[in-house]
Design a protein around this ligand. Sequence first.
Ligand SMILES: Cc1cc2nc3c(=O)[nH]c(=O)nc-3n(C[C@H](O)[C@H](O)[C@H](O)COP(=O)(O)OP(=O)(O)OC[C@H]3O[C@@H](n4cnc5c(N)ncnc54)[C@H](O)[C@@H]3O)c2cc1C
Length: 504
Amino acid sequence: MINKEYDVIVMGGGPSGFIAAIAAGRTGARTLLVDKNGFLGGAATSAALGPISPFHIRDEQVVKGIPQQFMDRMVAYGASPGHCKVLDPYGSGAYLGFFDRERYKYIAYEMVREAGVEVLFHSVYSGTIMEGDRVAGVKVVNKSGENVLKAKVVVDATGDGDVASGAGAEFVLGRAKDRKMQPSTLMFEMSNVDTDKLYQYILDNPEDFEWKSDAVPVREYSDRLVSKYFVAQGFKRFVKTAIENGELYIGRDSILLLNSVHPGVIHFNSTRVINVDGTDADSRTAGEIEGRKQVESIVKFMNKYVPGFEQAFLSTTGNEIGVRESRHIVGNYVLQADDVIEGRRFDDVITRGYFPIDVHNMAGKAGYGDPESAGAWIDIKDSYDIPYRCLVPVKVDGLVMAGRCISATSEAHGSFRTQGSVMAIGQAAGTAAGLSAMKGTQPRELDIKQLQDELLRNGASLRRDPQAVEQETENAQKHAAAFLKANPRHITPNIGSDSSAVRK
Ligand SMILES: Cc1cc2nc3c(=O)[nH]c(=O)nc-3n(C[C@H](O)[C@H](O)[C@H](O)COP(=O)(O)OP(=O)(O)OC[C@H]3O[C@@H](n4cnc5c(N)ncnc54)[C@H](O)[C@@H]3O)c2cc1C
């Protein structure tokens, strides 16, 4: 039995967890970051995600601070072209941050180490240590046996809220009314694709696509990464024919693909497995098997039907299926869809959300449509505040929530569940945990002004800065205009040489 004590333990090293660990470490708290994998990044790396979704609403960069420091380092290391402006944001959001997944793992670790954080890999959560109503640590199992890891404050960044659930915290699994959750996806990539031929096909067959767009880098970046970045959802005719011929086994009625930072590599967000409960081992196992069956079929389909894929091969699958949604831990405030859509402000803001409500179809094969039965893409009026109260579970002390499992309805979660937001939430959670541990106070009693000041000191953006927005917009428009001039034929619809005509 191994016994250790820390000021802060961050359980889970995904986008929210590794940023939380950096933030906690920077407060001076003795911090441990634990993950079941042997690398950081969570779903971004282990589920083989494509680009990081925007940190932006329109051209305004809403998420800054440590998440942006991480993006800057990826650009500096030649691992990303940075946030790319999506000329038609419908379906993918205003910007996409293409990145090298293998370099992400290293760069995340490097920043964690620089913050003085200890890391423990290959360690699976096995229980929450309680002292009354207070979380006093976690138990994990690994090759060394059982470990008792005590802390003044624990950050639950497991995505599924495992630590909170083990503490007896109240939660809602999926949608409150029927416990349905967003579908899961086993991501994959194919290599040796003739991407010029693929782009040309999309260009020549616009009616075959639900949406598609070019994505334009807006800053200096490595020459090695220069590429024509794009995203497209469709290939409907091929999909229909192949399904009718019994040649395609897939959970959707279209293919969603993007290119990547590597030449000839295409990323697929194209399997769909409904009714996966990420908190249930049997359900998760069944999801993996079903996802892999779909991948096998889609690869054969792409080779046979889609121009550019004749010589392509399956080069990557996620180590695990990507689970979009599971537990929503009930906190001192439950973020609502209306808060998101109306752009509500809260005094205890710790970051701002900006992404449309993006709910993949929970019940069937179609794309966006009726939110009850199908998926939904709901634009929001403005950025909105995420209050600190959503990170603090009701009743349970010694615990701060980070990432996709914070307190929100399923619909509101559909907006902040992407990486930019969960990273920013992670910064707030880690900072709050560090400050609470160092002061000997409970997270719920933390002085919000002090937390906000510390976030601002570390570069977070809590309120709109009109001057920055003006500069960001001008820069984005300049790069978009240059792209359109150099590429008079492009896949983005309804756009001439003036990028302000882009659908918002
Ligand atoms: C299919 C899919 C597609 C997506 N597409 C995009 C996209 O295009 N752009 C985008 O920005 N975002 C996308 N997202 C969302 C993005 O993945 C999430 O925002 C993000 O990964 C959530 O971060 P997190 O830190 O809350 O949780 P996670 O990324 O799930 O990280 C949780 C971490 O905790 C660890 N962990 C969990 N349970 C345990 C345990 N019991 N013991 C030990 N360790 C544990 C895991 O190993 C993992 O490292 C997608 C998500 C999915 C599932």
